[in-house]
Design a protein around this ligand. Structure first.
Ligand code: ADP
Length: 227
């Protein structure tokens, strides 16, 4: 599904050039749950920005289902991103003055739904993440773990081709982290969701099917994980 070939990425500042991704070859198939680990500054964010069609200026080739989108206009790329990728962030990134329902509904409205067509689907994903009775609450009225569940519901409601989760448990205690990781694992196993997860927490790895270690912009290790 995701196929990077010979990808290099540079950042230029006044004095020098930083080679942040170095000759990356990476294939990720449908249904994988991939953990990306590496020290701070190793290139993880750069890599997922590229995978998630946020950054399209790099050397080399990114084929998604056999097609390259890098030359497309910003507008077209935004549409592709909305359709293909669901994002989950460390800080949840919910809209505070929207209810849980409205937060989860928003991607559907962006994708052309009318507000009277959304209820069933919103309630379905809220039920899936265990929050159907919280639809009318505001993010501030929920715990961190519940807010992350809302963010996951928002990420999956458009049935994206894959989910990028950037340190999704970074702001949560270990018990809640485990619950969130179980939810991701369930999405992966039951719905065959493809999940790419950046994490610092070795505990999260046990739920993943594959581990990629990056260091100084290079893939140092890439291995399957057994159940
Ligand atoms: P990680 O997510 O693993 O912490 P990043 O991908 O954020 O690493 O960063 C990789 C390297 O690229 C770091 O040295 C960082 O300072 C540098 N970098 C990231 N973004 C930029 C940018 N917009 N301009 C210049 N350098 C950047």
């Amino acid at each position: 599904m995701i196929d990077l070939k010979g990808v290099n990425k540079y950042y230029q500042n006044e004095e020098d050039t930083l080679h942040v991704l170095q000759n990356i070859d990476l294939y990720i198939d449908r249904g994988e749950m991939v953990a990306i680990m590496g020290p701070s500054g190793s290139g993880k964010s750069t890599l997922i920005n590229l995978l998630g069609f946020i950054d399209t200026s790099f050397e080399g080739q990114y084929l998604f289902e056999g097609e390259s989108f890098t030359q497309w206009s910003d507008n077209a790329i935004s549409k592709i991103r909305n359709q293909m990728v669901g994002f989950v962030f460390q800080n949840f990134s919910l809209i505070e003055n929207y209810t849980v329902f409205e937060n989860v509904e928003l991607p559907l409205l962006y994708n052309g739904y009318h507000f009277h067509q959304t209820k069933e689907e919103v309630m379905e994903v809220l039920t899936m993440v265990g929050l159907k009775d919280k639809a009318e609450k505001y993010p501030k009225q929920l715990s961190g773990g519940q807010q992350q569940r809302v963010a996951i519901a928002r990420a999956v409601i458009t049935s994206p081709k894959f989910i990028i989760a950037d340190e999704p448990t970074g702001a949560l205690d270990s018990h809640t982290s485990e619950e969130i990781m179980r939810l991701f694992a369930e999405l992966n196993q039951k719905d065959h969701a493809t999940i790419i997860l950046v994490t610092h927490d070795p505990e999260n790895i046990s739920h993943c099917t594959r581990l990629i270690q990056i260091r100084d912009g290079k893939i140092m290790e890439d291995r399957e994980l057994k159940e």
